[in-house]
Design a protein around this ligand. Structure first.
Ligand SMILES: [Zn+2]
Ligand SMILES: [Zn+2]
Length: 346
């Protein structure tokens, strides 16, 4: 079968590798139909690493996938051949202290699709996953919904961890697919209004379409000043969704005393810094987010019921063989890209 493998920094090649086989009774063999390109895939493509996680070439990334079940192990009950499914990329051990505490996203022995040293990703024609990672796409759910359920689950989880959004003036700094997922999930939970910033004007246009009451481009203007003119007392809650120090600092400025800062973005640097005086005097609560746990099903349900609509999220599509073009486009933030999808040949 064909696999699109990273072979160096900004290098990628289509290679022939053996098809994976079922090993365990709960294994499911999946033919990939669609894959969403994630910011973390791009980090591996352009930097060869995220923090201490380094790519050993050749390596396949990709973890926002949907596919069709082609074969199932003896004990598999929740899916059958022919089913369209969303793929949850995390494979926890279910035995460590974290798993036993219901925190299987921080499993000590986690294997995550497309994560160096853990598991190859799904930029290949077939993959094998345990049955618990397979979520059937029923009703109106399409393969795109299946793929988007991964970033959307992070939005749902971040909102859950924020301590609640109902009636709150909510900031989202960085409006890529994760910022947008947070907004859609927070909107579904009854947030009062959204204050959204991004350095890409096309993303701002999408934020306006989605109903943001304030938008600004921090590359072009003093967003703190204008935001606080509009909302003098500041915001209740801010989600940092771009992994930038300046956004973290802006969040501290625009939060009201007692406000909460939720950090979802993945920085390319090693240390955050913060204003001691302001964080202390305002008594800012700080919550970091590590992916998500148990939120894929909720994300799918919210999309199935129409509570969350992703029509403005997918902006670009590429065939599997043109994956490199897609990665180049996304890595350079070209052409107003929000989420780019890879379509596998049927
Ligand atoms: Zn992702
Ligand atoms: Zn575990």
């Amino acid at each position: 079968m064909k696999a699109m493998m990273l072979t160096g920094i900004r290098q990628m090649e289509m290679r022939d590798i053996p098809e994976p086989e079922l090993k365990n009774p709960d294994d499911v063999k999946i033919k990939m139909t669609v894959l969403g390109i994630c910011g973390s895939d791009i980090h591996y493509y352009t930097q060869g690493q995220i923090g201490s996680q380094k790519v050993n070439y050749p390596f396949t990334v990709g973890h926002e996938g949907a596919g069709i079940v082609v074969e199932t192990g003896k004990s598999v009950k929740r899916v059958k051949p022919g089913d369209a499914i969303a793929i949850e990329p995390a494979m926890p051990c279910w035995k460590c202290d974290q798993c036993l505490a219901g925190r299987h996203h921080t499993c000590r022995n986690l294997r995550f699709l497309g994560c160096p040293g853990q598991a190859e990703g799904c930029l290949m024609e077939y993959i094998v996953m345990p049955e618990e990672c397979c979520f059937p796409l029923s009703g109106s759910l399409t393969p795109d919904h299946g793929s988007i359920s991964e970033p959307m689950a992070i939005g749902v989880y971040a909102v859950k961890k924020s301590g609640g959004v109902k009636g709150l003036k909510t900031g989202i700094l960085g409006y890529g697919p994760i910022g947008m997922s947070v907004m859609l999930a927070a909107s579904a939970e009854g947030a009062d209004s959204f204050f959204i910033t991004d350095k890409i004007d096309e993303r701002i246009i999408i934020a306006v379409k989605e109903g943001a009451s304030f938008t600004g481009n921090p590359a072009k203007e003093d967003i703190i000043k204008r935001l606080l003119e509009k909302e003098n007392s500041g915001l209740d809650l801010v989600f940092e969704c771009c992994g930038k120090q300046e956004a973290f600092d802006q969040a501290v400025e625009i939060l009201k005393p007692g406000g909460r800062l939720v950090v979802v973005g993945i920085p390319e640097f090693d240390r955050w810094s913060m204003d001691v005086e302001k964080t202390r005097r305002k008594e800012i609560s700080l919550q970091f987010i590590r992916r998500q746990v148990d939120c894929v099903e909720t994300a799918l349900d919210l999309m199935k019921s129409g509570t969350i609509n992703i029509e403005n999220m997918v902006t670009h599509r590429f065939p599997f063989k043109s994956t490199k073009m897609a990665f180049d486009l996304v890595s350079e933030y070209k052409d107003g890209v929000m989420k780019a999808m890879i379509d596998f040949e049927s």
